[in-house]
Design a protein around this ligand. Structure first.
Ligand code: ADP
Ligand code: MG
Length: 604
């Protein structure tokens, strides 16, 4: 066997493995018995030796206290991060002060303490050795991994003696393994059900580049849960009480997993503990796990919703993770998306294969399939009230252009200030100001009359040129800025994650801005309407309007979206008679004037 110099590694919660490319084809690294998966499991002996993989997993039966698994859950995390799931982690975890007040997690085992990076490195070293000790690797991580988790994974690779070329998202790797990057465009849904975690990712492909549109999942949902369900029913059936008996628990767990795997191929399976036997049918098993599969599909629904898509929009579905070998899972996922998912490759090997493809792309210099040259963070302008209006979305491949139409919000406004920002946040204050310029010389016109087209053009080198043109008069202005291309991949991931983290507060901030903008326009319309048709109102109608206007003004000065929403609705109801009069008088245009898209302006 030729030994590769660069491999792709899937460092999984439950299992890890490597693959590489030979003559343009992926090869999965296997042992003499054809097994590719290395259980992500470590067993520590009193004499200092450490077993990794299957051997460690087998020791887990006899020596549960000295066996470590699910290290991936600890990577790049602090004790505080782990708080909600701590009860699921059977190991002794301590937190120690490192340099500069930084805190590091350590796992206590066999009288010693190890960092998660060191433990993961032991797994990586084993995987690396099986592949013939390559020196370079691409390692995969879940799409939702943050900067610290990615950094920890990188460090683990380094400790294991690997030059980590890149950290790649698992769903992207899966799509690469299927060669879906060769399609011109399309949407890919990746359903990944592993041992302990579930992830659904929606990817969008444009010109051979994948963008992660959204991800959703459950860090406490996977094949282990199916095992637990089988364990519980079997224990009851067999009259066993495994609580407090780690050995019996481990036996039960082993029998349950074996039965589960058997049921993926057969209609019945038998669990045996000592002289007690329990038979399970596939139908019974499916009924047991149905609620959990429902839950996973619920997450898919959410991921689709976040990407503004419905199942019909998904072109390809890829199944990842050992648990998607279960026929019932395949059926349910197929029904949900309305199409047959990809299962041609082994679901527990597909991520490693994709990592190998990516490693090959990076080392062979085939730039045609390099997942680069996209706008790392969205580009846009500030609109009235400090909202970010994205003109070019992040991940758009360069070169590209985007145009949006705006107008003025004041009568006789002759200039518009264009503030250019980059970032994912909804409010410009949280994004990065790239540049600004003024479009002046707009002939005096009523508010909303000028047609201002703002065009963003990014060339192949990432240079951004922004032009603003008022269509009626032809006045034009332009500025050239350097898009923030200097960001490292990790920095980009962090910023994107930050926008996800702040999604809720940003959403609120944006709604506040929008309500205020709408309120201002409505008050202006009211003033114009009153000037023209106010005398037709009854005294009572007039008082109602004045009160509603005062309430709206007060709400606009505050920061409460609910209050603003109520004031907005009350104002709309109060001004209804006035609007009627204005319309009756055929004074069109006052209440119909479009106000959205007004640019912020410090116009003189
Ligand atoms: P992870 O990504 O979490 O490291 P894997 O993708 O390797 O894990 O999935 C491991 C899970 O897949 C385990 O729960 C295992 O029991 C389950 N699994 C493996 N093969 C089968 C099968 N044929 N039928 C059902 N479950 C399976
Ligand atoms: Mg996995």
């Amino acid at each position: 066997m030729t030994t590769p110099t660069v491999v792709g590694i899937d460092l999984g919660t439950t299992n890890s493995l490597a693959a590489y490319m030979r003559d343009g084809r992926p090869v999965v690294v296997r042992d003499d018995t054809g097994v590719s998966l290395v259980p992500s499991c470590l067993s520590f002996h009193p004499d200092g030796t450490v077993l990794v993989g299957t051997a460690a997993r087998e020791r887990a039966l006899a020596d549960p206290e000295h066996t470590i698994f699910s290290v991936k859950r600890l990577m790049g995390r602090t004790l505080a991060d782990l708080e909600p799931e701590l009860k699921h982690i059977p190991h002794q975890i301590v937190e120690r002060e490192a340099e500069a007040g930084r805190k590091v997690l350590r796992v206590r085992v066999g009288g010693r303490e190890y960092t998660p990076e060191e433990l993961s490195a032991m797994i990586l070293r084993e995987v690396r050795q099986r592949a013939g000790n390559p020196t370079k690797a691409v390692i995969t991580v879940p799409a939702y991994f943050d900067d610290a988790q990615r950094q920890a994974t990188r460090d683990a690779g380094r400790i294991a003696g690997l030059d980590v070329l890149r950290i790649v998202n698992e769903p992207t790797a899966a799509a690469l393994a299927y060669g879906l990057d060769r399609n011109k465009s399309g949407t890919v849904a990746v359903y990944d059900l592993g041992g302990g975690t579930f992830d659904c990712s929606i990817l969008q492909l444009a010109d051979g580049v994948f963008k992660v549109l959204s991800t959703n999942g459950d860090t406490q949902l996977g094949g282990d849960d199916f095992d637990h369900l089988l364990m519980a029913t079997a224990a009851k059936e067999m009259g066993l009480t495994p609580a407090g008996d780690p050995q019996l628990l481990q036996h039960l767990r082993d029998a349950a997993e074996k039965a589960k795997i058997a049921l993926s191929a057969a209609d019945t399976a038998v669990m045996q503990i000592g002289d007690r036997v329990h038979t399970v049918t596939r139908g019974e098993f499916e009924a047991l796990i149905a609620p959990l599969i429902d839950r996973s599909l619920d997450k898919c629904k959410k991921a689709l919703r976040d990407a503004d898509l419905t199942p019909k929009d998904v072109g390809e579905v890829v199944l990842v993770g050992g648990s998607t070998r279960i026929p019932y899972v395949r059926r349910r996922v197929g029904e949900f998306f309305g199409r047959t998912p990809h299962t041609e490759l082994n679901p527990d090997e597909v991520v490693a294969i994709g990592a190998a493809v990516q490693a090959d792309i990076l080392t062979s210099g085939r730039r045609d399939r390099l997942l680069l040259d996209v706008i790392p963070l969205s580009l846009g302008v500030e609109t009235l009230g400090g909202a970010m209006d994205r003109i070019i979305e992040r991940n758009t491949t360069v070169p590209c252009t985007g145009t949006t139409r705006y107008s003025t919000h004041k009568d006789n406004q002759t200039a518009i200030l264009v503030n250019i920002y980059q970032g994912e946040r909804e409010v410009v204050a949280a994004n990065k100001l790239l540049g600004q310029f003024k479009l002046s010389g707009i002939p005096p016109m009523p508010a909303g009359f000028p047609i201002v087209l703002i065009t963003f053009r990014v060339d192949a080198n990432g240079m951004l040129k922004v032009t603003a043109k008022e269509e009626r008069s032809g006045v034009e202005a332009a500025v050239e800025v350097k898009a923030a291309h200097g960001l490292s991949q990790d920095e980009v991931e962090r910023l994107v994650l930050e926008s996800v983290e702040h999604a809720h507060e940003d959403f609120t901030a944006r709604r506040l801005i929008e309500f205020r903008r709408k309120g201002e326009a409505n008050l202006e319309h009211m003033r114009k309407g009153l000037a023209q048709q106010g005398d037709k109102l009854t005294a009572e109608q007039r008082t109602t309007i004045d009160t509603a206007a005062a309430n709206l003004t007060a709400a606009m000065a505050g920061n409460d979206v609910e209050t603003l929403d109520r004031a907005d609705k009350a104002f709309a109801a109060a001004t209804l008679p006035l609007a009627q009069f204005v319309m009756d008088a055929a004074a069109k245009g006052y209440l119909g004037g479009k106000t959205e898209g007004d640019l912020d302006s410090d116009a003189m």
